[in-house]
Design a protein around this ligand. Structure first.
Ligand SMILES: C[S@@+](CC[C@H](N)C(=O)[O-])C[C@H]1O[C@@H](n2cnc3c(N)ncnc32)[C@H](O)[C@@H]1O
Length: 285
């Protein structure tokens, strides 16, 4: 059997009891370590699970999946995914490959950033499409996310923006020379995301959002030092939310008064928060 086991969001203790049973009984245990990260390192997981863990980078999962699936018709293999195995990352390709090989699969779900973001007090029902923000470069500033946000904004819905992480990405110039040297890991911050969002608005000028739009930065959701900060996009460009992982929620106009009361608690500056709210979010606007 191939088991896809969700690990939850923070540390080694977020695995479910059922997930832990699978890990303890599996012949081999892989950790998918490139679409999201736990806030503790592999050694801590190994100590808690009592099992060695093989780190599966993008290369192994995308090109070497047969190695992961090897023998899984006869023995159990556990494939650990941070968050939920089907939350924001889909490992459908691995499951399809297993199916082709006649290997049965089972999924053990867990909390995902897609559900845990409810800790902001915003109703999950009132979210539109989730979007991803990639690191802009001098020559590459993709703005397809802006079109998705535009659709959400039209319907008054909140947008969850997931932020780029780069773990074990080969450096381009080395790829060209056929050598594998990896970039140091990078994790986008809320401030960087807010800056890029305003940069896109400046370029596209469709008035989807602006410096006074309200948003919430969410860092290390589910961890003991989880941090939430609400403010205008302009304010968030300057905010320091500490270590990874970060996400951002752009507030929809359909925000309920009760949602507003809840998030006001996290406002960086209650005065500017309320001014922006009055200007752009009340029924009269
Ligand atoms: C591909 S998604 C996560 C997929 C994961 N399978 C899940 O269900 O949560 C990775 C992105 O989600 C966001 N994220 C994940 N965990 C987070 C956390 N604990 N706090 C804040 N953001 C988080 C970050 O923006 C991160 O780059």
């Amino acid at each position: 059997m191939l088991y896809l086991v969700g690990l939850g969001l923070a540390d080694e203790k977020d695995i479910t009891v059922r997930g832990l049973e699978v890990v303890r009984n599996a012949e081999r245990v892989y950790l998918e370590a490139y679409t999201s990260i736990l806030l503790v390192d592999k050694e801590k997981l190994e100590a808690f699970y009592g099992r060695p863990v093989i780190v599966a980078d993008r290369e192994l999962v995308e090109s070497g999946s047969d190695e992961i699936l090897n023998g899984a018709k006869d023995v159990d293999v556990a494939f650990l995914v941070v968050g939920d195995p089907f939350g924001a990352t889909t490992h459908t390709d691995l499951v399809l490959r297993a199916r082709e090989l006649g290997i049965p699969t089972k999924t053990i779900p867990n909390a995902s950033i897609m559900s845990a973001i409810g800790c902001t007090g915003l109703q999950l029902y009132n979210f539109g499409q989730t979007v991803s923000m990639v690191f802009f470069t001098e020559t590459w500033k993709p703005s397809s996310y802006y079109d998705r946000i535009k659709e959400n904004v039209k319907m008054g819905l909140h947008t969850l923006v997931l932020l780029d992480i780069k773990v074990k990405e080969p450096l381009l110039e080395n790829l060209a020379r056929g050598r594998k040297i990896y970039e140091p890991p990078r994790f986008m911050t809320v401030a960087q995301c807010a800056r890029q969002m305003l940069e896109t608005e400046e370029e596209r000028k469709e008035g989807v959002y602006g410096p006074d739009s309200l948003a919430i930065g969410a860092a290390r959701v589910g961890a003991p030092d989880q941090k939430l900060i609400a403010g205008t996009l302009k304010e968030l460009t300057e905010v320091d939310m500490g270590s990874p992982l970060h996400s951002l929620v752009l507030l929809g106009k359909r925000t309920h008064d009760m949602e507003k009361d809840y998030i006001e608690e996290f406002a960086l500056n209650k005065e500017t928060f309320n001014a922006a709210w009055k200007k752009g979010y009340t029924a009269a606007s």
